[in-house]
Design a protein around this ligand. Structure first.
Ligand code: PLP
Length: 355
């Protein structure tokens, strides 16, 4: 049995992969999902259902649109200021990691970014709490889960300006109140579906205010006005996302998976804190449930533990190069049995050291 703690892309349940692979060979009357027209009623049905599932699972209020785009979350780093930031105006950003930093870099093409707080000096090991968001900022942007560093923001910072959030690595993992946001974006590939699809949830009334001419493919309105079919959409990613969202719904939805994700994270952090060989790398109150980063008290034991994990069927535990050590990514599809297996492995390793 392999246990996949990798950070992605695209960690989905086996049964979803099986369903998706069947549709490649025969989606309808022997035709592949890849070859039927995206303008056919069948694919339009897939698109409509995927859209409905996002709305249903996240309880998206009326007045918001769910859009399916391409270009990854990284294209959103530029599309957000292009669509929401009037020329010469300032947007406020919270710098909590590499992804936030990359988002900040794109703002200069359209206006100014004011970094309201940063934990860069501490290698992004915590989420800054004390900061003021200027009341005249065009919007406030933050990253809810810092995939590389293993920190997560569970509370939406209080502000009167529109809130924009990069939820790439924790969307669909816990209940959120969409009405607290004006725009949410996420590369789909962690908890939604295969890479190649990007989800945007936008409050309709904030669009069309930038005063800037925007090329069609970079304008949220093109997706909104054409049911995300302004051009050929990423059909396979959307189909697989639909299957996966149906799987999530069948499990009881986001509230149920949140309970499971919490139980998984609590169990692993408990072992990290108990086991004298390991230590967590982040401030306890900011610990992510999706990406759990830890190192060894004795760095010399890192290689032997990595080998022990590898020999026992554990995949993807290597930490990101900017943090080192280990990172257990525990997206929705990772079963709790894999977390228990990892805890057993850590305890076995501890016993081996004590012999
Ligand atoms: N934002 C976050 C939080 C991420 O984790 C990632 C990728 O892992 C990105 C943005 C970049 O996403 P993409 O590769 O879809 O551009």
């Amino acid at each position: 049995m392999r246990h996949n703690f990798g950070a992605g892309p695209c960690i989905l349940p086996q049964e979803v992969f099986k369903q998706a692979s069947r549709a490649i060979l025969d989606f309808k009357d022997g035709l592949s999902i890849l070859e039927i027209s995206h303008r056919s009623p069948e694919f339009e049905g897939v698109m409509a259902e995927a859209n409905k599932l996002v709305k249903e699972l996240l309880n998206v209020p009326s007045g918001y649109s769910v859009l399916f785009l391409q270009g990854g979350a990284s294209l959103q780093f530029a599309m957000v200021p292009m669509n929401l930031l009037p020329e010469g105006k300032t947007a406020a950003y919270l710098e909590t990691g590499v992804w936030a930093n990359k988002a900040i870099k794109e703002v200069k093409f359209f206006g100014k970014a004011e970094v309201v707080a940063s934990s860069k000096e501490a290698n992004f090991s915590f989420i800054p709490k004390d900061f003021a968001i200027p009341a005249d900022a065009a919007y406030f942007h933050y990253t809810s889960n810092n995939t590389i560093y293993g920190t997560e923001l569970f509370e939406v910072p209080k502000t009167t300006v529109p809130v924009v959030c990069d939820m790439s690595s924790d969307i669909m993992s816990r209940v959120i109140d969409v009405s607290q946001f004006d725009l949410i974006y996420a590369g789909a590939q962690k908890n939604i579906g295969p890479a190649g699809l990007t989800i945007v949830i936008v409050k309709d009334e904030i669009l069309g205010q930038s005063g800037r001419a925007i090329p069609s493919m970079l304008d949220y309105a093109s997706y909104k006005d054409n049911d995300s079919m302004y051009n050929t959409p990423p059909v396979f990613s959307i189909y697989t996302a639909m299957l996966n969202l149906n799987w999530l719904k069948s499990k009881g939805g986001v509230a149920e998976i949140e309970k499971e994700n919490k139980a998984k994270a609590d169990a692993l952090y408990k072992e990290i804190d108990r086991n004298p060989l390991f230590k967590g790398t982040c401030a306890v109150e900011d610990r992510s449930r999706m990406n759990i980063c830890f190192v060894m008290e004795n760095p010399e034991l890192e290689k032997p533990f990595a080998k022990f994990a590898d020999d026992n069927g554990f995949e993807g535990l290597k930490g990101h190069r900017s943090v080192g050590g280990f990172r257990a990514s525990m997206y929705n599809a990772l079963p709790i049995t894999s977390v228990h297996a990892l805890i057993d492995l850590m305890q076995e390793f501890e016993e081996k050291q004590n012999k």
